[in-house]
Ligand binder design. Structure first.
Ligand SMILES: O=C(O)CCC(=O)C(=O)O
Ligand SMILES: [Fe+2]
Length: 393
């Protein structure tokens, strides 16, 4: 899967952005160390020379665009999200909303084939084959990254992090997010994103960017809250307010692999001001298409907090081009037990999380808002009756 590069590129930290970029075609021991360092220090990195075939990516993007360009009433036949299926604006079950529409699919083939009947009614088999081809390539990438992470962390069992995702009962998902372009008037955006239920937009969905002062941010945010679907400039016209397309959260699974079509939008909380820049080519130089990788909550739990599940969000589209992101969420089977690996528990780093099943974690996640810290609820020091877990270590 990981392809050798004829002229291995340097592995560079993306300078001021602080997002490490890792060339997977370098020597394995070096890549392993870089992955472990990126996961420990940032929780987020970009990979190049990843080996996912370009045509599989192109087919997946085309399948996403074909679906999202259907009339609203056709798209709605693949919804509402339960949580799988087509969703628009509403994210989850607890009132989170965003400026996007999406398809959330199970990564296993039979489930995806079933949903495909409502997504591509003319040729469901084509849709499920395209998704399957993409998912298998990205699952392989996720597992290789986790195995190298295991090596970089010097785990006794380097397959411990990837095995749950390779399991045939893995509960991994794939999500295609579509952020409509900003040339749409408010009315057009409303029409483009099917509004099945009334949505509320709060100030938490509105953030100030650029160099606005805190007061200007507050004033403009209040204005934006009143006029939630417009770009707001404050009186001095210097402070652009952009809206959040997909609110702040961490991903609950083990690992996420995100690819976007080069339109900006993704932001991570740490380091500050790190926005994904796409892969600008030009000047006759081919730049390998990149994927962004982030540590999920379960990986934080399995490493007893040594790795951090990074908080991120996507801004509403402020480009004239549609933004499409495709995310593979690598997850274990529903009933697998998640617990810090024994070697991650030491005298200096006592057990931080109690064991839990992925099913239990999902249930908790679905009962909370997007931005709530769910893993915190599984900390040992919050569960008096469950702190004595020495026999499970
Ligand atoms: O669409 C994006 O860029 C980010 C979306 C995301 O973080 C998610 O779906 O979990
Ligand atoms: Fe996410």
């Amino acid at each position: 899967m990981v392809v050798p590069s004829p002229t291995p590129a340097r592995s560079v930290a993306a300078g001021a952005l602080g997002i490490p970029s890792i060339d997977l075609s370098q020597r394995r021991d070096r890549v392993a160390k870089l992955i472990a360092r990126a996961c420990e220090e940032v929780g987020f990195f970009k990979v190049i020379n990843h080996g996912v075939p370009t045509d599989a990516i192109a087919r997946m993007e085309a399948a996403g665009f074909d679906f999202f360009s259907l009339p609203a009433h056709e798209k709605q036949k693949a919804g509402p999200p339960n949580p799988l299926g087509y969703g628009s604006r509403n994210i989850g079950f607890n009132g989170d909303t965003g400026e996007l529409e999406y398809l959330l699919l199970h990564a296993n083939n039979p489930s995806c084939s079933q949903k495909a009947k409502m997504i591509n009614r003319k040729d469901p088999l084509k849709f499920s084959c395209v998704v399957n081809e993409y998912v298998e390539a990205v699952r392989q990438l996720a597992c290789e990254i986790l195995e190298m992470l295991g090596e970089g962390l010097r785990l006794r069992d380097c397959g411990a992090l990837s095995r749950p995702i390779r399991d045939c009962d893995s509960d991994s998902l794939v999500r295609i997010n579509h952020y409509p372009p900003c040339y749409c008037t408010n009315k057009k955006v409303e029409d483009e994103l099917c509004t099945t239920t009334t949505t509320t937009t709060t100030t938490t969905n509105t953030v100030a960017t650029a160099t606005a002062t805190a007061t200007a941010i507050a004033a403009a945010a209040a204005a934006a809250a009143k006029s939630s679907s417009t770009m707001v400039m404050n009186n001095s016209s210097k402070h652009k307010i952009s809206r959040v397309g997909f609110g702040e959260h961490s991903d609950p699974q083990i690992i996420s692999i995100l690819r976007s079509n080069g339109v900006d939008g993704l932001q991570v909380l740490q380091p500050a001001a790190a926005a994904a820049g796409g892969e600008a080519g030009g000047g006759g130089v081919w730049v390998p298409v990149a994927f962004f990788i982030n540590v999920g909550d379960l990986l934080q739990a399995m490493t007893n907090g040594r790795l951090t599940s990074i908080r991120h969000r996507a801004m509403a589209n402020s480009s004239y081009k549609s933004r499409l992101s495709i995310i593979f969420f690598g997850a274990p089977p529903l009933h697998s037990l998640i617990s810090p690996l024994p070697e991650m528990i030491t005298a200096d780093s006592p057990r931080r999380y109690r064991p839990f099943t992925w099913a239990e974690y999902k249930k908790t996640m679905y009962s909370l808002r997007l931005s709530q810290d769910r893993l915190d609820l599984f900390r040992t020091d919050r569960n008096d009756e469950l702190t004595d877990l020495a026999d499970l270590d």
